[in-house]
Design a protein around this ligand. Structure first.
Ligand code: SF4
Ligand code: SF4
Length: 357
């Protein structure tokens, strides 16, 4: 996919609607920041999983299966109501592949009805004009697609070649904001791909970010010199994204440990398909408590709990949430023992986090 690739433009009507939705979302984001600075009592960002099943099978991924059923809409609405009642600002729908959920539009509508900002992470394979229009109508505000390579290979089919037509449709019809995430690091055959993907994203009017992969033991590993150059170039291209405020990723790129306070379990929550609260996608199984039983006291305890994995963490979305509280409230508590009452859920440390979040 070269830079001679087609540039597509949205109609005047779509551009107007896009501008309006963008302005409204920005106002709500600024309100979200003000509310987060004024109080530490509510979650800022929550990832929810309405569908663990995925249509792809990227070999590095352990966040999907090929059999599980969608979480019923009623159950999703109950969870979203609990989160709205906690004062949550942003919901990001993730998976598996959320576009496989038959009632996804209603899930998005419910997020918006309850006054929360609605985002989604998808592999993009189910996007077409009709689906994009439905997402517009449901009120989606952010969409992220992770693209792993320029040409599909044995590891991942999420490539620019397979997805470029869908990206063009998004550029033409989407009124929500689109971010394209590329990856660098261990296991990525051609680091130049990240730059090609980011350039294409910017050409189509999207924001772009770059995630860094762990090595096989889930440990942060410095990028090589050439990869670091590419990383900086992609970060420069992605200047419109909020992630530019995050110096953490620069540390990850250099393999440096990072000093910060991870507020997962409190300001950030990961709600799996079974409705259990987890620290994040990389630390599933803890605390593993059903959302309906997750009290403000538990959230406050997690707020003050030091996370053993923080120094070498690569989860950029939790890092960005952390920025709002890093300056206050030192963490001096240790993790609580695992709750025996939870349904089976293992502590999962993902070997190769792709920085999808
Ligand atoms: S990385 Fe995303 S697209 Fe690939 S298998 Fe996992 S959930 Fe599916
Ligand atoms: S892996 Fe990162 S985001 Fe997850 S709990 Fe550890 S420090 Fe927090």
């Amino acid at each position: 996919m070269g830079e001679e690739a087609k540039v597509v433009r949205a109609s005047v009507g779509t551009r107007l609607r896009r501008g309006l939705r963008f302005a409204r979302t920005r106002v709500r984001e600024l309100r979200m920041i003000g509310k987060a600075l004024a109080s530490t009592k509510h979650p800022i960002l929550v990832h929810v999983i309405p569908m663990r099943q995925c249509n792809l099978a990227c070999t590095y991924c352990n966040e999907y299966d090929d059999f599980s059923k969608p979480v019923p809409l009623e159950e999703m609405e109950t969870r979203l109501d609990l989160l709205a009642d906690m004062g949550t600002s942003i919901i990001t729908i993730s998976g598996g592949e959320p576009l496989m959920h038959p009632e996804l539009d209603e899930v998005i509508r419910h997020i918006r009805r309850r006054g929360m900002i609605a985002g989604m992470i998808t592999n993009g394979f189910y996007l077409n004009r009709e689906r994009i229009e439905r997402l517009n109508a449901a009120g989606l505000e952010h969409l992220q697609i992770s693209i792993d390579n320029v040409v599909p290979d044995d590891v991942s089919k999420k490539s620019l070649k397979t997805l470029d037509g869908r990206l063009e449709m998004l550029a033409q019809y989407a009124v929500f904001q689109v971010n394209i995430n590329s990856v660098l690091g261990s296991g990525v055959k051609d680091p130049e791909d990240a730059l090609k993907i980011a350039r294409r994203a910017v050409l189509l009017g999207f924001t772009s970010t770059v995630g860094i992969i762990h090595d096989n033991n889930g440990q942060l590993k410095p990028l090589g010199e050439h990869e670091q150059e590419i990383f900086e170039a992609v970060m420069e291209l992605g200047k419109r994204s909020f992630s530019r405020f995050n110096d953490f990723q620069h540390n990850v790129a250099r393999g440096k440990e990072h000093e910060w306070r991870c507020r997962s379990g409190s300001r950030y929550l990961y709600i799996c398909e079974d409705g259990l609260v987890h620290w994040c996608s990389q630390q599933r199984g803890y605390p593993g408590i059903p959302l309906a039983q997750y009290t403000p006291e538990m959230r406050h305890r997690e707020y003050l709990t030091e996370k053993f994995c923080a120094a070498r963490c690569t989860v950029s979305c939790v890092q960005q949430v952390g920025i709002l509280d890093n300056w206050r409230d030192p963490q001096n508590l240790k993790p609580m023992p695992m709750t025996p009452a939870s349904p089976p859920a293992q502590l999962v440390q993902i070997g190769q986090g792709r920085g999808d979040s």
